[in-house]
Write a protein that binds this ligand. Structure first.
Ligand code: GAR
Length: 190
């Protein structure tokens, strides 16, 4: 049986769409669920349009109880027997309660050249620092935020005229290219 992939999103889900589209008939894995942390995540409708089950767990009612929120996510993931988790613009920090469960089976894409600029506002920070290049990283998820073995990276130039938004758009093109590639290679090695 092919490994069953769930994609976790918070927003528009453009990386998620590229991952789902990449999992065609020849792919070694199959997409089984797109899961968001709010009903308003724009990617949910896109997943449904691609014929993939979508669902959400609103994080707000859980307040500071991250483990209870994570248990609700896990229940949804267990229901579809997800083997592999891809974080794709999932903007909630996960604790080891969740991460340990998917040890060695969870990927993330981060919009910087890790280990530089973990966390938020990566593009603004790269411009502010005077860097001449930026990029994106696909990595395995470990208990440390935006850490874990690096599976793929892509670089883009930072132009003098760049704003965080124009740089983000240039990086996003590369994200769409490397995340599907990295997932395919990762599944082959499982
Ligand atoms: C992407 O740029 C992704 O790298 C970033 O959020 C964006 C989501 O876009 N992720 C993070 O910042 C994670 N800390 P998308 O919803 O269109 O894929």
């Amino acid at each position: 049986m092919k490994p069953r992939v769930a994609v976790l999103i918070s927003g528009g889900g453009s990386n998620m769409v590229k991952l789902l589209e990449s999992m065609d008939g020849d792919h070694p894995a199959e997409p089984v669920l797109v899961l968001a942390n709010s009903a308003g995540a724009g990617g949910l409708a896109k997943a449904r349009a691609l014929g993939v089950q979508s669902d959400f767990v609103d994080h707000k009612p859980y307040g500071k109880d991250r483990e209870a929120f994570e248990d609700a996510l896990i229940a949804k993931l267990d229901a579809v027997q997800a083997d592999v988790i891809c974080l794709a613009g999932f903007m909630r920090v996960l604790t080891s309660h969740f991460i340990d469960r998917y040890d060695g089976r969870m990927l993330n894409i981060h919009p910087s050249l890790l280990p530089k600029y973990k966390g938020l506002h990566t593009h603004a920070r790269a411009i502010e620092a005077g860097d001449n290049e930026a990029g994106c990283t696909v990595h395995e998820v470990t208990a440390k935020l935006d850490d874990g073995p690096i599976l793929a990276q892509a670089r883009v130039p930072i132009l003098e005229t760049d704003s965080p938004e124009t740089l983000a758009a240039r990086v996003l093109i590369e994200e769409h290219r490397i995340y599907p590639q990295a997932l395919r290679q990762f599944i082959h090695k499982l």
